[in-house]
Design a protein around this ligand. Sequence first.
Ligand code: ASP
Length: 612
Amino acid sequence: MLKTHYCGELRKEHVGQEVTLAGWVNRRRDHGRLIFIDLRDSRGLVQVVINPEVAPEAHAVAGDVRSEYVLQVRGEVVARRPGTENRGLPSGEIEVRVLALQVLNPSKTPPFYISEEVEVEELLRMRYRYLDLRRERMQRNMWMRHRAIKWIRDFLGEKGFIEVETPVLANATPEGARDYLVPSRVNKGSFYALPQSPQQFKQLLMVSGFENYFQIAHCFRDEDLRADRQPEFTQLDMEMSFVTVDDVLELMEELHAGVATAMRPDVKVVRPFTRLTYEEAMTRFGSDKPDLRYGMELVDFSDLAGASEFSGFRKAVESGGSVKGICVPGGAQFSRKDIDGLTSFVQNFGARGLISAALMGEGDIARLTEEDIRSPMHKYLPVEMVKAMAQRAAAQRGDLLIMVAGEKMASRTAAGSHHRVPLALDGLRREIAARLNLADPKTYHFALITGFPLLEWNEEDQRWYAVHHPFTSPVPEDLPYLDSDPGRVRAQAYDVVWNGVEVGGGSIRIHQRDVQQRMFAALGIAPEEAEQRFGHMMEAFEYGAPPHGGIAMGLDRIIALLTDNEDIREVIAFPKTKTASDPMTGSPSPVAQEQLDTLGIRLAKGSRAAAP
Ligand code: ASP
């Protein structure tokens, strides 16, 4: 090797040794006679000192060295003079007195600082991703990813799980997104689909008798990108035979609490994990992925508001909709501008607006007077109504009540009724929590959600869609309604939510041919089409398919949570931009006509990309 030691690993016990190091110039300081270089490699920094009297040639070379040059240095490890130690640096008690120095490769001036934690424009970071990844924070993120995956592999290995790779060139499997297609040269006119998940293969592995499968699986979904979505991403995919919902959820608690504690001993994991049904989560938080680190639960004011003079309230309730709200602790100090901001915020969620009432004054809420209520809608808010709302919300003086009204929305699913109010209040709850710093970053609070509806009616397409996917088993006692009243059928499905982020979901599966056929029928898939697309699954179920279930976790989201990031691109080495492209390699890119000819593909008029 070109080095005997790693820079960041030198300590007091190396004092007196001659070492050879190789790494990058993090920073160079010229003190006239002495030149100091912080030399960096993958394991950290060490200070090297070049003294012209000790090493005149090295000193001459070091004079021209710049940031990010790659150097090899030979020198002696010496203790730093008392008073010059750097406590902030693990190698800060020592330095390397240079005997010889060689430039292995110079560097152009990087487009952004590598050695400092500075905000860099996204496109520039992506264009020079190899330099972005050289930064300490990104190195830390990638190491966290490596360590967490290793922990998970060891954990599941000990539990008797086998890791099996499944094909990337496959047939489409429905997970609700568009497929990435790959044309087949050998079978012209036919296409593979990159897997949205290994769903079908992992179920078939259960039929094969493996019983406990997992995979760190690459998945592909062509959908609109957001901070927590990438066209290709990684799942921790699992499937188990002979398990119930509870078995899967217990394993999930052990796995998540385990990896979180091992990776982030500084963060408190709330245990046991909170279990909520879908209904409960929607009623209390307006969301099936609530952040449980703070309160501000939704309160139903429909009965109180419905009796008021205010037509906005009355109409909502009379139509079968609702008036719900939250109580913002200490929110009475919000300015008019703050409230206006929140109003436009809820309008983004389809709500007409919000009504706020600040509870001023002193003393028990029961003694609230008209003068104590501050609200832009003051005249519509009789003191008795506000008092009753405040009491229901367990509000105190100094708090702010916020109410949102919404008319009933057409929906054939029990769970889908008057969706707008909860949606707006969920958004509001998150927004206010962020503004007031209510979510403790040193707490991991998980929720395990069950009791999802199996199907969801889509008004536009006039058909039912699977809420999870078509292989999800109904709750057995709801099975009779699958054909007659699909909207009331609950699924044996579950989600894992971590600090308000949905990190994964899964279900107990259908393992009988006839039930699977009825499910396809409920989804409006004709028997011939079902046979053509999923015949292999139904056939496999006829050869002794064990009852089975599983789950898949968004691994990138998990790593983001473990590294306090919101954007999963911070924990993926080479992610794509929001337009699904890579400014570094230039992908996707046009291909030569010849290549298209080989595949039997002709581009539609106007769809040819400009040559690079
Ligand atoms: N295949 C599902 C998904 O990707 C997860 C599962 O059901 O195991 O969401």
